[in-house]
Design a protein around this ligand. Structure first.
Ligand SMILES: Nc1ncnc2c1ncn2[C@@H]1O[C@H](COP(=O)(O)OP(=O)(O)OP(=O)(O)O)[C@@H](O)[C@H]1O
Ligand SMILES: [Mg+2]
Length: 516
């Protein structure tokens, strides 16, 4: 007899329903799985057999053939254990063949019959819903992420035996205690996405210039590089950047949660992401760790920072080839991973924040400490960051060590919420201005749009001319300065870029001044 269950395979953020057909026939006993399974799926034969034995469920002693369809789609991981087990038992006549029709089954089996949590449950449940399925059974650990999806019944299960009981129980006999229970999140869990951060900009004393530059960066979506001696507060400032980004919308939160679900970085007690991510990869990270990859593809740090902040501390310490691969994703806001079976795409629309010391010892240009580095060592250190990557960073600022008086001065300290209000206003201005142009921030302005929206009057043109000769500005810096000036004008609610806006934007080109 043949029977059918359903599960789900992921490709990037999207999913496909997988039909699992099981056929039991008389003849030489055996267990074959066909339909492009990977090694982990082939090993599920052992897991399923042992899990059934240890759960008191009789394993069918017949010739078993399992087909995973569509056959041309590569299936990976141990996600199908549950769906294969139920298909087998259904084919064996343990319960009626149509009992499982409206279900998508997700879960890996442990040898004792427990259901282990798997990666990617949220996008799988979304796929199930989009394909018209009414119910999903998921491992207990994944209940919260699955329940984010409205309009589908989520049944968490802790072991195989309870799933089998769920299908064998006859509703008519009213033995409902054997049925799995539907899990629901509270309305607050899903709808309330107001931010709740444990850090705040009000904790950073002084550093007015750096804070101002960061506000501009966040307002216009400009990537930013902070240069300063050790302990000057670069990491402290960077960690607080998510707190001044606009509040998450539900769709943004859902996208972040999907990516983290696939990466396996969702904690089991977590449902929807309520905070913008802050990712801080170490400089020893591999290229695959940064952009994503591996046998069962996981998103990399670039995508884990989607809709949030990617902070690369000590930028020159990263391997050059690691930095090189970031150029395209920073441009396109998405990462494409090539594989034998085709390409996968993950979004990575984030603010890129980097920091570096001015030289290997960290004290070049410091007023208090003497730099011990040779000019060659300094040049080599700066040379580690490639020009094309720097090209994608609109704002460079110096973060000097804080003075004692700044610690005492509480007069101007602002909270993240106050700064965020100004950021929101500036972002709204950009959204309105660009709504017909397919972009939403000044950092995305193309040369054609720059000419339209960043026109300079003659005073501004004179300043730009002087900057080119005095500051050693490159042609590529020209457009960056214009974009930043546009954001500064937006923050001061001016339709026209004025001299003061341009002059401030020119200050954020520290590396050009340093001849890089
Ligand atoms: N402006 C500031 N206000 C309050 N505390 C500060 C400030 N700057 C630095 N600190 C304190 O100094 C510590 C070190 O700062 P942080 O780690 O951000 O420096 P850094 O510039 O990242 O240094 P490194 O180059 O070594 O990474 C912070 O954890 C904080 O306690
Ligand atoms: Mg640091």
């Amino acid at each position: 007899m043949i029977s059918k269950t359903h599960s789900c395979a992921l490709s990037g953020l999207d999913g496909n329903i997988i039909e699992i057909e099981a056929d039991l026939s008389f003849g030489l006993t055996g267990f074959d799985i066909v339909g492009l399974p990977d090694a982990a799926i082939n090993e599920s034969k052992q897991r399923i057999r042992t899990a059934m034995n240890n759960s008191g469920i009789e394993f069918p002693v017949k010739k078993i053939t399992v087909n995973l369809a569509p056959a041309d789609l590569k299936k990976e991981g141990a996600t199908y254990d549950l769906a294969i087990s139920i298909a087998l038992l259904s084919a064996n006549g343990d319960f009626s063949a149509d009992a499982t029709d409206s279900y998508v089954l997700i879960g890996e089996l442990a040898l004792d019959g427990r259901l282990r949590g798997v990666r990617g449950v949220l996008p799988m449940v979304i796929t199930a819903f989009n394909n018209g399925f009414k119910r999903v059974i998921v491992p207990q650990d994944n209940a919260k992420e699955a329940a984010i999806v409205k309009g589908i019944e989520v049944y968490p299960a802790s072991d195989l035996a309870s799933v089998v009981r769920h299908f064998t129980t006859d509703d008519a006999k009213d033995n409902t205690s054997n049925k799995l229970k539907i899990f629901k999140l509270s309305e607050d869990d899903i709808n309330n996405v107001s931010p709740n951060y444990s850090v705040d900009f009000s904790e950073v004393k002084g550093q007015w210039d750096a804070k101002r530059a960061i506000e501009i960066a966040v307002s216009g979506g400009h990537n930013i590089l902070m240069i300063g001696s050790p302990g000057s507060g670069k990491s402290m400032l960077a960690k607080r950047i998510p707190t001044i980004l606009p509040e998450l919308t539900f769709d943004e939160a859902l996208e972040i949660t999907k990516i983290h679900s696939i990466a396996g970085t969702l904690k089991s007690n977590m449902s929807l992401f309520k905070q913008r991510p802050f990712r801080n990869p170490h400089h020893t990270i591999s290229t695959a760790g940064l952009v994503g990859g591996g046998t069962n593809v996981r998103p990399g740090e670039l995508s884990l920072a989607h809709n949030g902040v990617l902070f690369m501390d000590e930028l020159p310490e990263f391997k050059r080839e690691t930095l090189e691969v970031m150029r395209q994703p920073l441009e396109d806001a998405s990462v494409t991973i090539s594989r034998v079976a085709g390409t996968l795409t993950f979004p990575c629309n984030m603010l890129f924040v980097a920091s570096m010391n001015p030289c290997p010892c960290g004290f070049y240009g410091s007023h208090d400490k003497i730099c011990k580095c040779t000019p060659q060592a300094i040049a080599k250190y700066k040379g580690r960051i490639s020009g094309p990557l720097l090209d994608r960073i609109d704002i460079h600022i110096e973060v000097p060590a804080i003075k004692y008086d700044d610690f005492e001065d509480n007069a101007k300290v602002e909270t993240s919420a106050e700064i965020r209000a100004r950021v929101n206003a500036a972002r709204k201005k950009q959204l309105d201005r660009y709504k017909e142009y397919g972009i939403y921030s000044n950092s995305q302005l193309t040369p054609k749009l720059l000419a339209e929206f960043c026109e300079l009057d003659s005073d501004c043109k004179n300043i730009m001319r002087m900057a080119f000769s005095d500051m050693n500005l490159s042609a590529r810096a020209h457009d960056r300065v214009l974009k930043v000036a546009r954001t500064i004008a937006d923050l001061s609610e001016s339709d026209q870029i004025k001299v003061e806006h341009l002059a401030e934007a020119l200050q954020y080109r520290n590396l050009d001044k340093m001849g890089m």
